[in-house]
Design a protein around this ligand. Structure first.
Ligand code: NAP
Length: 308
C-alpha cells in the first residue's frame, strides 16, 4: 500500500508516518516547506503551495490512499489575519488536491480527511455523536463545517471517503498536553472555570491507528476519533498531576479572566464537548488506551521522563 499524506510533518502526521513505517507502508507526503522533503526508501516528500496552486504532480504516483491533515494551527491568537490563514489553509489545500486529482483523472481507494470535534455544539450535559445537530455559533464551528463541506467534494476521487472528527490529542511534549504539563510540574496547574467542561481526548497512538484502520477496513462516512471515556477538565488536570507525581491543589482559574485574556479563543479551554466513540467501536476499532489513566501512564511511563 502507498499513502499520500498532507500536513505529514505536524504532530499527527509524524505519528501516522511512524506507524506506517512499522507496518512497512510506503508514504508520499506533501509539504509547504521545501527543506522538510527528506526521502528514504519508504518515504518521499513533495512540495506544494495551496496559496499559489503549486503541487508536484508526481506525488500521486502509485498512491492508493490519501490522508489529508494540512491546516494552520488554531493555537495562535485569533487575529483576523490568523483566522483567514486557519480557514484558507484548509479550504485551499483541499481545493488544490481536488483540482490535481481531476486533472490527472485520479481515483484512489480511500480518502481520509481530518476534522475536529470543535464542530459540535458546546454543552456540559449532552453527548454528541456523528448524527448530532450542528450549529455555527463560534469560529471553530464555522471553520470545521466549511472544512468538512470542502472535504466532501473529494468523494468523487475515491471509492470511499471518511472524515475523522479528532478530539484532544494526547502526545508527550506536544499539542495541548505540553501546555498543561509545565504548570502542573511547577505546582501551579489548575483547571479553568467550573472544571466540569468535558474533554474528549485520544492518545496519539490510537489516533494514528484510527487513520490506518480506516484505510485497512475501508471505512466510509464520518467518525469521531475520541477515546471511549471523556473526562471533566478537572479530572484531566488531576490525573495529569498524578501521572507526573505532582499534586494539583490550586483552585480553578475563573472563566471570565480567561475570556479577558484570550477573547473568543478561550473556547479552547472553556468549551465542553462529550463525544461518543461508539461508531469507532462498532466498526471494529479497539483502543490500546481507553482510559485517561492508561493513556497518561503510557505517555509519562519512564521515571526520568517526569523531570525532562
Ligand atoms: N492536535 C489536535 O489535538 C487536533 C485536534 C483536532 C483536529 N486536528 C487537526 O488535525 C490536523 C493535523 O493536526 P496536527 O496537530 O498534526 O497539526 P500541526 O502539528 O499544526 O501540523 C499541521 C501541518 O499542516 C501543514 N500546514 C500548516 N499550515 C499550512 C498551510 N497554510 N497550508 C498548507 N499546509 C499547512 C504543516 O505541514 P508543512 O509545514 O509540512 O506544510 C503542518 O505540519 C490539523 O488540520 C488539525 O486542525 C488536530
Amino acid at each position: 500500500m502507498k499513502l499520500l499524506i498532507t500536513g505529514a510533518t505536524g504532530m499527527i502526521g509524524r505519528n501516522i508516518m511512524a506507524l506506517a513505517k512499522e507496518k512497512n507502508i510506503t508514504v508520499h507526503f506533501l509539504t509547504t516547506q521545501k527543506h522538510k522533503r527528506m526521502d528514504t526508501d519508504k518515504r518521499r516528500g513533495f512540495y506544494w503551495n495551496p496559496k499559489t496552486g503549486e503541487i508536484d504532480e508526481e506525488c500521486f504516483e502509485g498512491v492508493d490512499a490519501l490522508i489529508h491533515l494540512a491546516g494552520a494551527s488554531i493555537s495562535k491568537p485569533w487575529t483576523s489575519r490568523n483566522r483567514k490563514e486557519i480557514l484558507d489553509s484548509r479550504i485551499l489545500s483541499t481545493r488544490l488536491l481536488r483540482k490535481e486529482m481531476e486533472r490527472q483523472k485520479i481515483k484512489l481507494k480511500n480518502i481520509i480527511c481530518a476534522s475536529a470535534i470543535g464542530i459540535y455544539p458546546d454543552s456540559l450535559v449532552e453527548v454528541f455523536d456523528e448524527k448530532s445537530q450542528l450549529v455555527q455559533d463560534n469560529f471553530l464551528q464555522k471553520v470545521t463545517a466549511a472544512w468538512e463541506r470542502e472535504s466532501h467534494t473529494l468523494a468523487a476521487f475515491g471509492d470511499r471517503l471518511s472524515i475523522l472528527r479528532i478530539g484532544l490529542v494526547l502526545a508527550k511534549g506536544e499539542g495541548l498536553l505540553s501546555q498543561l504539563t509545565l504548570p502542573v510540574k511547577l505546582l501551579v496547574g489548575a483547571a479553568f472555570a467550573s472544571g466540569k467542561q468535558w474533554q474528549s481526548w485520544i492518545h496519539i497512538r490510537d489516533l494514528s491507528r484510527v487513520f490506518i484502520t480506516a484505510i485497512e477496513m475501508d471505512w466510509n462516512g464520518t467518525f469521531n476519533a475520541v477515546a471511549p471515556h471523556p473526562v471533566y477538565q478537572r479530572t484531566l488536570i488531576n490525573t495529569l498531576g498524578t501521572a507526573l507525581g505532582r499534586p494539583v491543589f490550586l483552585p480553578n482559574i475563573p472563566g471570565f479572566l480567561m475570556k479577558l485574556l484570550m477573547g473568543e479563543r478561550a473556547i479552547l479551554i472553556l468549551g465542553s464537548q462529550k463525544i461518543s466513540s461508539q461508531k469507532l467501536l462498532s466498526n471494529g476499532f479497539s483502543f490500546e488506551y481507553d482510559t485517561l489513566n492508561t493513556a497518561l501512564k503510557h505517555i509519562f511511563k519512564k521515571k526520568n521522563d517526569i523531570l525532562t
